[in-house]
Design a protein around this ligand. Structure first.
Ligand code: ATP
Length: 358
């Protein structure tokens, strides 16, 4: 996919999946920013292809991830996703629709990249943390771990249900390699977050991590139990650079870490495979605030910036950097915030402030 966007004058096909709840509002914001940055770049053009996926699509047509939308995602250069699922729209067995997880698994987007950055002391509940003090990336394994059994059916009459923690050599090796490669380009520290004092699967994960660590002698490798990491993230988040962990631990720690820098509205993410990628804010559809034009668009806008950088075309990389700088500039002023961060701006007003600084 990357090769196709390397040539000179290039149209980049972006599949946009607004999804449910505030997903619709924040993707509209991110697309507006992308349109604005496109006018400032040479040699690239963005073509957006909006696809209906999610709980709303299920209510309309009985399938939350229609095959046509899946194929559009697979054939796009890249995918921008809002948020999916609604608490009152469930499968007959009671589980929520999670087409975003199906998409991850079917496209083998094994590396969940979740940057956590503090832009201003105003946004953190921690004392003595200021701009840039918290700057880490959680690398979450996306395709196995404790989520690997999520589609299994349990007998409703049973008195015992098991969820299997699956760690494969292939899965562990590739996620650890992604984490070390990232760390080698950053502050050269990579910590494995596991539970190797209790679970055999985690002992295995640690042994694979140790093997991969030898390929990166310049990176300082450490191993930390997940319960201790929950403590350390609150006590001294500035100590960490890249954290790598299994699926469920990554799910939980990314919400905790987002809470340190202003909440879910400030946490972008990219789900990367070897040839495809989906970028989305780490938050869900937030039905409690949907449709009010008050959702924080920053996480989705930063996800769009990550997307442009991942495309690796010189112009899109510039575009991604421009968006990052614009967000940083706007967030220097603590009065420019949406309601989740005690501000008064609407989703679109916040978006326009960022566009002004492009
Ligand atoms: P999921 O399990 O689908 O990831 P969730 O249950 O973790 O979702 P979210 O939808 O992420 O829940 O919302 C958690 C809380 O954070 C809610 O109170 C929601 O209003 C708030 N929130 C999430 N995203 C945003 C945003 N972009 N702007 C403002 N508030 C947000």
């Amino acid at each position: 996919m990357n090769e196709s966007v390397q040539s000179k004058e290039k149209t980049i096909n972006i599949a946009v999946l607004p999804g449910d709840g505030i997903g619709v509002e924040v993707t509209a914001a991110a697309v507006k920013v992308l349109r604005a940055v496109e006018t400032r770049l040479g040699a690239v053009r963005f073509e957006f292809n909006e696809c209906s996926v999610g709980a709303g699509e299920y209510l309309k047509n009985g399938d939350p991830l229609p095959e046509k939308a899946f194929e559009d995602c697979r054939s796009a250069d890249v995918v921008l996703l809002g948020a999916m699922g609604l608490p009152n729209v469930r499968w007959p067995d009671g589980k929520e629709m999670t087409p975003q997880l199906d998409l991850r698994e079917r496209l083998d987007l094994y590396a969940g990249i979740r940057p956590i950055k503090l832009y201003h002391s105003h946004d953190t509940p921690l004392k003595q943390q200021g701009t840039g003090d918290i700057d880490l990336i959680i690398v979450r394994e996306n395709c196995e771990g404790l989520f690997s059994d999520r589609l299994s059916k349990s007998d409703p009459q049973t008195d015992e249900v098991h969820d299997v923690m699956c760690i494969s050599r292939k899965g562990a090796e590739r996620i650890c390699r992604v984490a070390f490669e990232l760390a080698s380009k950053r502050r050269q520290k990579c910590a494995l977050v596991d539970k190797a004092n209790v679970l055999p699967s985690m002992v295995f994960f640690r042994s694979v991590f140790d093997e991969v660590a030898k390929e990166f002698p310049e990176v300082e490798a450490s191993r930390i139990y997940v319960d201790a990491m929950a403590l350390y993230l609150v006590q001294r988040p500035e100590a960490f650079d890249v954290l790598v962990t299994e699926n469920m631990f990554g799910d939980i720690l990314s919400d905790l870490a987002a809470g340190l820098v202003g909440g879910m509205g400030m946490a972008p993410s990219g789900d990367l495979g070897d040839s495809c990628a989906v970028f989305q804010p780490s938050h869900g559809s937030a039905p409690d605030i949907a449709g009010k034009n008050i959702a924080n668009p920053v996480a989705c806008i930063l996800s769009a910036a990550m997307m442009l950088e991942w495309l690796e075309h010189p112009e899109t990389v510039k575009g991604g950097q421009r968006i990052h700088r614009a967000v940083e500039t706007v967030l220097q002023d603590p009065d420019l915030r949406t309601a989740d961060l005690d501000g008064e701006l609407t989703t679109m007003q916040m978006t326009d402030k960022i566009i002004d600084k492009l």
